[in-house]
Ligand binder design. Sequence first.
Ligand code: FAD
Length: 478
Amino acid sequence: MPTQQYDLVIIGAGTGGIPCAVEAAGRGARVLLVEKDGRVGGTLHTTGGHLSAGGTRRQRERGIEDSVAAHLADIERISGGTARADLVELAARNAPETVDWLEDHGFAFAPESPRLVYGHEPYGVARTYYGKDAGLSILAVLKRLLDEQVEAGRVELWLSSTAIGLVEAPGTAPTVTVLRGGVEEVEVRTAALVLATGGFAADVELFEEIEGVPLVSAAHPTSTGDGLVIAREAGAAIAGRGRYLPTFGGLPHPTTPGKAYFEERPLLVAAERPPWEIYVDRAGRRFVAEDEPSIDLKERALAAATDGTFWTVFDDAARRNSVPMVVGWSPEDVLAKAGTRAGVHRADTLAELAALTGIDPAGLAATVDRYNAAVAAGHDAEFGRTHLPAPIAAGPFFAMENHAITLVTFSGVDVDGHLRVRRTDGRAMEGVYALGEIIGAAATCGNSFCGGMLVTPALTFGRLLGRRLAPAPATATA
Ligand SMILES: Cc1cc2nc3c(=O)[nH]c(=O)nc-3n(C[C@H](O)[C@H](O)[C@H](O)COP(=O)(O)OP(=O)(O)OC[C@H]3O[C@@H](n4cnc5c(N)ncnc54)[C@H](O)[C@@H]3O)c2cc1C
């Protein structure tokens, strides 16, 4: 097998891998960047790309008072202290510099950002930044910087090349086996190896084995856990088990079972659209106050009280008045998609709706009766819902199938505070590092979703590690 040698080898040219390569190469390291896809970017092609940082130049220019300490306090509040304190601190301390750095390199901020965002439990101040083109705005910056380093010959980029094995032993440099171009196995030796291969929410078997729940995935298709698999085979420990939390609701994919379709996102956050509908499970039972302001609480109720599937049930008045039910859909779109798009149903009676969806008919009828009585009384004794605009009374009736969906994986390769991969006996692997979603969302979000606390740490850890792993100037290869 041919063998090659580099100062630094990074597996995965995505959110965290590219900035790592750029920073190391900028300091003189000879870098190999290995990417299994035919293009760079990874999840940046799919992600909302929300970033969070407290105390940026952009906040100061807008008169927004914020700080790292306030960001840390919010993460502690939202995650209930379930994240890795050392990694959260490392991420939050360096996050403002990451956002300023993106800006220095021409990042196309959406003009309204930073702002308060309600898709996850909101922060206390306007701290969420995003680009005009979501993740692609980040990729535009990273790609430009990477292209410069590739053209200068400091980064060698192997596209369509998959890391398939890893050997680590005390006293020797790590070795990774790469299936280069899909045809030739190459053994690569390196002083430092960085695994930046993303999460595993696009691999059903691995997901169900490690996270222990069924998968309805909205993840980027390259997130198949390759890095985790090869690291585990080489002895790495897995951290973050039991921290999984689903995202609240997503329509089924139009054609593919087991997948959700993030582009058609139901608007289920009460602050963004006060609900006219009820949510019911297969038995036709409600499980949470639909106007509950905390999306975190709704996610937990969904995970605890259902099998992960629920339906929003509403009548024609709700269809016309509560807009948009799905981001980008008009009331007419709901009508047009009913019966034609997977998961969207319409019927003249509740009994017919139950038959179409598989919801228990008696359960649905009883629940709607109780809900309508609550609307009439102006008081929902069961769940304490206060937004009770109208009964579900006049057909046609609608039901939209929703799932507890998965965008990211919470478990991942265990790392120490220097991002060195740890073995099951706690020993840090020599020269093997991991960053990004491969270390698990739980590292920086705990058992919760803290806005921007995946993309920002991936970029930040990539930059920090790239700087740290570049060889000292005297020995650096030009
Ligand atoms: C729909 C969606 C919306 C999201 N929104 C947000 C958000 O707004 N804010 C936020 O903070 N987080 C968000 N996330 C999560 C966040 O985007 C990801 O966690 C993050 O982008 C992952 O970065 P990464 O560098 O770890 O992986 P990626 O960016 O996925 O990069 C990994 C790269 O490694 C490559 N690779 C994998 N295996 C191999 C192999 N064996 N050999 C070579 N290459 C390999 C992949 O092809 C890929 O290019 C979202 C996720 C999704 C799916």
